[in-house]
Design a binder for this molecule. Structure first.
Ligand code: SF4
Length: 426
């Protein structure tokens, strides 16, 4: 099998991993200079710059049988495996042609976790030895030894290990070859190493300086959003993860233990990202967003507005007096506008017009605020009226109808052949 064939198999197989982000550039002219070769994805660095990465699996020859996975040993699909030298040469030649600035390296488990991790480390080592200073995100293999994880951490910029399923029970049922400990122990080890080496410069002993991330598959099991958000909160607190990625389950098999869906739950995935944002940047706790009386996120309304409608005791908020923490709870006031409001009101009292200029979305915020004691009729609405009215503002028609192709779909759009998914590096 030649290297282009390997690349098209292993680049395509890597698209099921959402824990590296990519955009869907489709500039495939078939001519010199195309930016859409198989396996190339686009991500964003901490500074917001777009970075193109070669996103591939080292191999898809998996010995495991995870029910939700396209690469499961049970599936009859074309299989391929690079050698470390091939993958190093490929990355180097893509880099020299200016196609990519870095590598996202994941893999199925071939022979054993240690064997696989060794091959991945060897690939990274070859690259670093020839002077490759670009970004490398490597996926740690559950069950690989700590020594190999350490080696990977010194070679890569970011490490991640996929938690995949939100509960121990689901993991036992759908990924019997993996265990909770085989995922959480390396995550803990990587986290400790990152803390230990924090501040060290890249190239002089830094350990995964861009941190670690993980991915949870959404919708393959009956686990609720409440379980998923509590897990996410625990992961951020305990292992200082940079990001938790949510990946709407794409139906690839008819395994009897899987929840039967025909389309990936993209809107649910989107709501989870919004709730995740509330945990990380808005001071919310998972148990405030969802509880036993409401274990699933409302697909009709974003989680922040949902929380606000259910907590009338918290409102109205007087924007000229409220603290940053309180302003951040107001729908229509984001992190940037809240800080601008705090700064601007040092100079004078703010009006509704000022709020607009500072970036607040008044058509949402008007239901929850007073400004110099003044308010709009929206504030007087009942919770139910507010809910109905806010839903009409949350216009996402394209999302409501969004579909993602199943791998069994006959006609795969060109964009999907180019491996697009969207997210961020940090
Ligand atoms: S270990 Fe499981 S999830 Fe990973 S490639 Fe193999 S079958 Fe898929």
């Amino acid at each position: 099998m030649d290297i282009v064939e390997k690349l098209s198999i292993l680049g395509a197989a890597a698209k099921y991993d959402a824990s590296c982000s990519s955009s869907g550039s489709n500039r495939n002219t078939g001519k010199f200079g195309t930016a859409s070769l198989p396996g190339i994805c686009h991500s964003w660095g901490a500074d917001g710059r777009c970075i193109s990465l070669l996103k591939v699996l080292y191999t898809n020859k998996c010995i495991y049988k995870c029910a939700y996975c396209h690469n499961s040993a049970d599936n009859d699909i074309p299989r391929a495996e690079f050698t470390p030298k091939e993958l190093c040469d490929l990355t180097q030649s893509f880099y020299r042609r200016n196609y990519i600035e870095g590598l996202f390296l994941s893999s199925a488990v071939v022979r054993s976790p240690d064997y696989t991790m060794e091959r991945m480390n060897e690939t990274m080592k070859l690259l670093r030895d020839i002077g490759f200073g670009g970004y490398i995100h490597v996926k740690a293999i559950p069950g690989a030894s700590k020594l190999l994880l350490d080696e990977a951490g010194y070679l890569a910029d970011r490490m991640s290990i996929n938690i995949e399923l939100p509960s121990h029970e689901s993991l036992k049922l759908l990924a019997p070859d993996k265990s909770k400990n085989s995922i959480l122990d390396p995550m803990n080890h990587i986290s400790n190493r990152i803390i230990e080496y924090a501040g060290a410069q890249k190239g002089s002993g830094a350990f995964a300086p861009a941190g670690q991330s993980t991915q949870i598959i959404i919708g393959a099991t009956p686990d609720t959003d409440k379980q998923i958000l509590s897990l996410t909160q625990g992961l951020y607190n305990k292992y200082q993860l940079k990001r938790v990625y949510y990946s709407a389950y794409m139906p690839v098999t008819n395994h009897k233990a899987l929840v039967h869906i025909t389309r990936p739950p993209l809107l649910r995935e989107h709501r989870l990202y919004q709730a995740d944002w509330l945990l990380r940047f808005y001071g919310f706790k998972a148990e405030e967003i969802l509880d036993d009386s409401m274990p699933m996120l409302d697909v009709n309304l974003d989680p922040k507005a949902c929380w606000a409608v259910r907590h009338s005791e918290f409102f109205p908020v007087e924007v000229n007096r409220a603290s940053l923490e309180v302003l951040l709870r107001v729908p229509g006031i984001g992190n940037i506008s809240a800080r601008r409001i705090i700064r601007a009101r040092r100079i004078g009292r703010l009006s509704f017009d000022d709020l607009k200029k500072l970036g607040a979305v008044l058509k949402r915020a008007a239901y929850f605020i007073t400004c110099n004691g003044k308010y709009t009729p929206h504030l007087m609405m009942s919770a139910e009226g507010m809910y109905r009215s806010l839903i009409t503002l949350d216009k996402r028609p394209s999302f409501n109808n969004a579909i993602q192709m199943s791998v069994f779909e006959e006609k795969v759009p060109k964009t999907f052949q180019m491996l697009p998914t969207v997210g961020r590096l940090q």
